[in-house]
Design a protein around this ligand. Structure first.
Ligand code: GUN
Ligand code: ZN
Length: 464
């Protein structure tokens, strides 16, 4: 395969920084070149410094445009493809019961599920999301459609069917027996995990074990899933669920979970500690391939336990605003050392673009009261959109930035609409570093689908 060289303004975070080190890791090359050969990054640097060995590379001139790593969405709901902006007249639990369970039940129809899988894939390409952790449908045929569409398009996905074994009347179509909960998840792993290459380490397709949240399952389900995970942990299988999202006193998600499971810490339910002091317990679902969506109201001990086990958070500020869930405390969460990534939570959120998510994160965290308020650095915003996501997916060695040898997942941004005017005409600081940060900030805040011109995964142009 002959090499390709892409010219444009390059932004990425080099190396393997923590979020607190993102500003130092920020690379900005206004007249940049990205050489891609055999699906991998071979060179990133100044246009004038492209090594002689790539002089025959096919040029792609995007001067005036930007080259950035593909966005990584670590929490989105496939069966909520058509459920954005659903009005439930309440917070999380009312919204789930009234709007979401009925919407997700429509995926029982295979034709409808197939249509949704195609739409989901089109939307994520338009939003430049090259890798995703997808909360899946309860219905195996819908998951088959999702994996098949994703593979056909050449994208990456981690997903698993949403597991529910208990729930009220509107959840009934989504429920299975305890036995089927395990059997269907095992079948999905066997069918799709690593399916494209036969090896999860080189695959674009991965499977996760996805209990919806503790209130949708039982101690028995969690115990059985812990055992299933133990069996597949070394084969790169993932775990995905929700944690500490809604703290309405008494009747909200967190208090209800503590009551049902008789625990003081919600995280304990996923950590094999269902009933302290009793014999009912099990294997932990935490680890470096586990992503907890939201984690807005964590105790210090919960954050420490996630950091200790390598479990990541998917921060979903758009959804948290919509569902009245509150704001994940940025400084305290960062200080705990837990890895933070970004999720649209589409369904709860109403944007597909990860840059919209990090834009809302900026607005929320600058508004946190008192000393908690902080102005996120644009490199921190880029971190949760890219490197933090790759780390959450435990594939940072494969993608997330433009370090030489990485698989070439990137976006060509050709500023359109309002973004074009802002980037062309804004006043920038005389200070070069600040001017660089201002440009990245404007790019992330102002980016819309109309400016995402091309999307590449493993060096191949993705098609919908
Ligand atoms: N907790 C359990 N299910 C869901 C869901 O579908 N969306 C959100 N935001 N939180 C949940
Ligand atoms: Zn969610």
């Amino acid at each position: 395969m002959s090499a390709d060289v892409y010219f444009g303004h390059i932004f990425h975070l080099a190396g393997s920084p923590k979020v607190t080190e993102a500003a130092d890791a920020l690379v900005s090359i206004p007249d940049g070149a990205l050489v891609v050969d055999d699906g991998r990054v071979r060179f990133v640097g100044e246009r004038g410094d492209v090594p002689e060995e790539f002089s025959g590379a096919t040029p792609h001139d995007h001067t005036g445009g930007y080259l950035i790593p593909g966005f990584i969405d670590t929490h989105i709901h496939f069966p909520q493809t058509y459920a954005g902006d659903s009005y439930g007249g309440g917070q999380l639990l009312e919204w789930l019961t009234l709007c979401i369970f009925p919407s997700e039940s429509k995926f029982a129809d295979p034709d409808f599920a197939q249509q949704a899988a195609a739409e989901f894939t089109r939307r994520r390409i338009a939003a430049g999301t090259t890798a995703m952790m997808v909360f899946g449908s309860a219905f195996p045929h819908a998951q088959d459609a999702l994996f098949a569409e994703t593979d056909r398009a050449g994208l990456r996905i981690v997903s698993g069917r949403g597991i529910q074994t208990v729930g009220g009347e509107t959840a009934t179509p989504l429920l299975t027996s305890e036995e089927d909960a395990i059997a269907l998840t095992r079948a999905e792993i066997e069918k799709w995990h690593g399916a494209d290459t036969g090896d999860y380490r080189t695959s674009r397709l991965h499977v996760a074990i996805v209990p919806r949240f503790s209130l949708s399952v039982t101690t028995e389900t969690l115990k059985n899933l812990g055992e299933l995970y133990d069996e597949y942990r070394d084969r790169g299988v993932y775990v995905h669920t929700h944690l500490n999202e809604n703290n309405r006193p008494g009747t909200g998600e967190i208090d209800s979970t503590k009551q049902v499971y008789q625990v003081n810490s919600y995280l304990d339910t996923y950590d094999g500690k269902f009933l302290p002091g009793s014999t009912v317990g099990g294997k932990s679902l935490l680890g470096p391939r586990t992503i907890m969506a939201h984690s807005v109201h964590c105790q210090d001990a919960e954050l420490a336990r996630m950091a200790e086990t390598g479990t990541s958070i998917s921060h979903c500020p758009i959804s948290q605003l919509f569902l009245g869930s509150g704001t994940m405390p940025w400084k305290r969460t960062v200080a705990s050392g837990v890895n933070i990534s970004a999720g649209t939570d589409f369904g709860g959120g109403d944007e597909w673009l990860i840059s919209r998510v990090v834009g809302d994160a900026f607005k929320q965290h600058i508004t946190e009261p008192g000393d908690a308020g902080v102005s996120m650095h644009p490199a921190e915003m880029l971190f949760i959109a890219t490197v933090g996501g790759a780390r959450a997916l435990d594939m940072e060695d494969r993608f997330g930035n433009f370090d030489e040898g990485k698989e070439a997942d990137f976006l060509v941004v050709e500023p359109a609409d309002a973004l074009a005017g802002v980037l062309a005409n804004a006043v920038r600081s005389e200070d070069a570093d600040l001017a660089r940060d201002q440009t990245l900030f404007a790019l992330l805040m102002g980016l819309r689908e109309s400016s995402i011109a091309e999307v590449y995964v493993q060096g191949k142009l993705v098609s919908g």
